[in-house]
Design a protein around this ligand. Structure first.
Ligand code: ADE
Length: 234
């Protein structure tokens, strides 16, 4: 029996977890033991009576920097409790952009250790010394890594066996096949003068599949010309 997939956030705001991950699909799966969450409070590794984890930046400038020694102590504690091949990720706008392909890899592994930064950043030496991977969830800046960590965890958890239930909808959705997802409709048949496309009510599965493919292509061309170019190049 293999251990269950485990997320280990390292944070100075442990109260932020599980947060939204305690509800809906991820929350239900968490309650059912299909994944596990072991949040670690970085302040537990502080060495002074104020439990401080940051200090002023060498060279001057705005903000505060998380200390290497304290961040490292929290990483080492997390690693000690996880299989050796568990990736350690620092959430940062400077990181490699998160993709569905990386999410799939992470979901297939033993879990993730997620260092959540606050302040201006983390002392670079801990990232180098502990070979920490840097991951960004998009080209915008959050006030801390916790929300980004939750995004990453959610994306992984829904791929775990027995969590999402509907394997077909997982396979068909955006990025699995690289096209954006086709539009969905349900009753009523007409709403505010807008009718559902006849083909969807025709019962002709081949025609429906063709129509959905065309819609997916249209959305992809319009909204993500970058993805569309990549697809055409294949
Ligand atoms: N921390 C702050 N902004 C972030 C982002 N865009 N992605 C990941 N972590 C972050």
């Amino acid at each position: 029996m293999s251990e269950i997939w485990r997320a280990v956030p390292l944070t100075i705001f442990p109260e932020m977890f599980p947060g939204p991950l305690g509800l809906s699909l991820a929350g239900k799966a968490l309650g059912e033991g299909k994944w596990a969450l072991s949040t670690i409070d970085i302040r537990d590794f502080a060495t002074d009576k104020h439990r401080s984890v940051d200090d002023t930046p060498a060279g001057g400038g705005a903000g505060m920097v998380m200390r290497a020694d304290i961040a490292a102590a929290s990483i080492d504690a997390a690693r000690g409790a996880m299989p050796a091949d568990t990736p350690t990720i620092y959430l940062s706008p400077r990181g490699t952009p998160l993709t569905q392909a990386r999410v799939r890899e992470l979901a297939a592994g033993p879990g993730v250790i997620l260092l959540c930064g606050r302040f201006e950043g983390v002392d670079q030496r801990v990232l180098d010394a502990r070979k920490v991977e840097e991951v960004s969830i998009g080209d915008y800046v959050l006030s801390g890594g916790e929300l980004a960590a939750q995004v990453l965890i959610d994306a992984c958890v829904r791929l775990l066996p027995g969590v999402a239930g509907n394997e077909v909808s997982l396979a068909e959705e955006s990025f699995a096949g690289s096209l954006l997802e086709y539009p969905h409709y349900t009753r009523p048949r007409e709403w505010e003068g807008r009718a559902i496309a006849e083909v969807l009510l025709s019962g002709d599965h081949e025609k429906i599949a063709k129509w959905r493919r065309e819609q997916a292509e249209r959305f992809t061309k319009e909204r993500r010309p970058d993805l569309w170019e990549k697809l055409k190049g294949r």
